[in-house]
Ligand binder design. Structure first.
Ligand code: 5GP
Ligand code: MG
Length: 204
């Protein structure tokens, strides 16, 4: 697949770790796995509630839902753990339901699929799944596009993983640095100078 990079992107980005073609192919496989894992649910006349962790999972969730032929509703949560321009999360993330698109009362007895961009220390998904479980859903599964397994600080594994990647800070396909680069079409690393010279802002 041909991927176009704007001039400013080429200046700031270092290497591509996962290409668009790889992402597209893997999302097809993940959708197949999830469809198999959850198919009995829709066969029984029950439905799935997807919970996407904003803002990083926006692009992944948008692509994934279009490949999932399940009856589902979409719910958004916010999670934030980076203090301004940083590449490491600190402490426990603050998580909460976003907008009026659901929340706890909608999840009771439902089959929940939590979607996030990347599993790093594990704190974000641990906090989000804890919050989801308070709503007493029938089941909870988690899917992440990327997994930096060697960075895990708490005991947490996702049920479905797109790609295992090395311990490097990545941007693109929804992931930001200092609020930018979410629209980069692939998973890339940033040039060292960009991170060292970081300015104000924050990401999640
Ligand atoms: P955790 O709570 O597992 O440490 O981190 C999860 C969150 O931190 C992700 O949802 C994501 O927002 C952010 N994060 C972790 N690693 C990276 C990374 O390499 N790049 C970016 N842009 N965000 C990351
Ligand atoms: Mg996030």
């Amino acid at each position: 697949m041909e991927v176009g990079y704007a001039a400013w992107m080429k200046l700031d980005l270092d290497r591509t770790l996962v290409t668009r073609a790889q992402i597209d192919a893997r999302i097809g496989e993940l959708a197949g796995d999830l469809d198999r894992a959850l198919h009995g649910v829709t066969d029984r006349g029950e439905s799935v509630a997807m919970v996407a962790v904003m803002t990083g999972a926006l692009v992944f969730a948008a692509d994934l839902i279009r490949r999932l032929p399940l009856k589902m509703s979409l719910h958004l949560v916010s999670a934030s753990s980076y203090p301004g321009p940083a590449t490491e999360s600190v402490g426990e993330p603050v998580v909460g339901w976003l907008g009026s698109s659901g929340g706890p009362s909608d999840l009771a007895g439902r089959h929940v699929l939590v979607v996030d961009d990347i599993l790093d220390s594990g704190r974000t998904l641990r906090a989000v799944t804890r919050m989801v479980k308070e709503a007493e859903p029938a089941s909870v599964q988690t899917v992440v596009l990327l997994d930096k397994a060697e960075r895990r600080a708490v005991e947490f594994e996702a049920d479905h993983v797109g790609f295992a990647i090395p311990d490097e800070f990545v941007v693109g396909y929804g992931l930001d640095y200092d609020g930018y680069y979410r629209n980069v079409p692939e998973i890339c690393t940033l040039r060292r100078e960009v991170i060292d010279g970081g300015s104000a802002g924050g990401g999640a």
